[in-house]
Design a protein around this ligand. Structure first.
Ligand code: ADP
Length: 391
């Protein structure tokens, strides 16, 4: 019989949360600082508390949780193995199982993804048999389809929120409304903004915090921060992706559609268009609208060109059902990290300086991000095994 020692159940008091004035923050030393509370940062903080309960963790976020400007809140929330290279299928399946059960309600829903093609191919079947809405798809232009029956949708913002709450329950501390600056390995400067309870005066405080290990999970800002604050060069980049709405009715059971690299996700009774990313945006690019037959639109030029190319086979894109807006601020959009500058690269982490890890989600974070965040936490904890390799 195995004897369970008291130390097998370390006492785990919940962590502290500093959000408002009246909650003075006293800097202390932490084992790990996780900078950025998007889904990559919150998932990593949570996995660290699970895998290495002896390590103290502080999660720092410039905005709220999850931040409105970050990639997480606007991420499509589409899990599909179609985007995953074969060697990483086990990880993707593990992520799917986690999304289903491990983080409470993230509106997880299995929903087939129908990938449409103009030409026949292996495992493609006639798209006519799939009963697609003719307002959305012209089956004569896209007569062939592959179906990912295991695809699913969920809310990445809810995932980040639930992961943060779970991390706090397991003892991680959370500091909101605080901008972090790397000050070399092991040191971070924190600029905290708080408002008085009359919502009038903004109080600004500076703290210095030391930590053994730093996780830079700042989304699209991560590579720039590593470069600027640590003086290391990375090959990572970023891209601005807009997600316009198409007002054609959809239901809870409506499948996801994909054609011409565009994904159409049924959402809020209509569809959200998730355009492909073709390349990194040049340094200094400021999101701006484009023009369609001389009329200003909120959609950027590259996205308009993709939509025009797809209009014949996806008829709704050529109608007023597509919300193009008048200026860039009319169309929801977010900056994404592009690992290695490659729009098809999976999420990754990299030690950019001793004990400073850059954690990047990017375009495939919906399917693989949680596994990468877990992998980094296991690396920091010094654990050799990964749950997706378990037999
Ligand atoms: P990911 O999918 O990689 O988690 P997000 O863009 O959703 O990407 O998350 C990155 C988070 O980092 C955002 O919530 C953003 O507000 C936060 N952030 C960006 N820069 C800083 C900073 N200097 N200090 C603290 N938080 C930051």
């Amino acid at each position: 019989m195995m004897l369970l020692m008291h130390s097998d159940f370390p006492h785990r008091a919940p962590g502290r949360v500093w959000a408002h004035t009246g909650q003075p923050f006293e800097a202390r030393e932490y084992d790990v600082l996780v900078l950025g509370a998007g889904r990559m940062g919150t998932l990593c903080a949570h996995a660290l508390r699970q895998l290495a309960p002896a390590l103290s963790v502080l999660l720092v976020e410039a905005g709220g949780l999850p931040n409105e400007d970050g990639a997480t809140l606007l991420a499509p929330g589409v899990w599909t193995a179609l985007d995953v290279p074969a060697p990483r299928h086990a990880e993707a399946r593990w992520v799917r199982a986690q999304l289903e059960t491990a983080f409470g309600d993230v509106s997880f829903q299995t929903r087939p993804l129908i990938d449409l093609h103009a030409t026949p191919g292996a495992q493609r079947r006639p798209s006519r048999d799939l009963n697609l809405d003719p307002a959305m798809v012209d089956p004569a232009a896209l007569p062939w389809a592959t179906v990912d029956e295991q695809a699913a949708t969920y809310r990445p913002g809810a995932l980040a929120l639930n992961a943060a709450q779970a991390a706090i329950r397991l003892g991680a501390d959370l500091l909101l409304n605080t901008r972090a600056h790397l000050h070399g390995p092991g040191r971070v400067r924190l600029e905290r903004l708080t408002v008085t309870n009359t919502h009038r005066v903004v109080v600004h405080e500076t703290h210095h915090v030391a930590a053994q290990t730093i996780v830079v999970a700042l989304g699209a800002d991560g590579p720039g921060a590593a470069e600027h604050d640590l003086g290391v060069h990375t090959t990572h980049a970023r891209a601005y992706r807009q997600s316009p709405r198409v007002n054609v009715p959809s239901q809870d059971t409506t499948p996801l559609l994909r054609a011409h690299g565009l994904t159409l996700r049924p959402q809020h009774g209509g569809y959200t268009v998730i355009p492909p990313i073709h390349h990194r945006d040049p340094a200094g690019y400021v999101p701006a609208g484009g023009r369609l037959t001389g009329v200003p639109t909120g959609l950027r030029r590259e996205t308009l060109e993709d939509l025009v190319a797809a209009m014949e086979s996806l008829p709704a894109l050529g109608t007023a059902a597509l919300e193009t807006g008048h200026s860039a601020s009319d169309v929801p959009g977010a900056w994404l990290a592009l690992p290695a500058g490659d729009p098809h690269a999976p999420p990754q982490h990299e030690e950019v300086a001793p004990h400073v890890h850059l954690l990047l989600g990017g375009p495939h974070a919906d399917t693989l991000g949680p596994a990468t965040a877990h992998d980094l936490a296991a690396t920091i904890a010094g654990l050799p095994d990964r749950p997706w390799h378990a037999r």
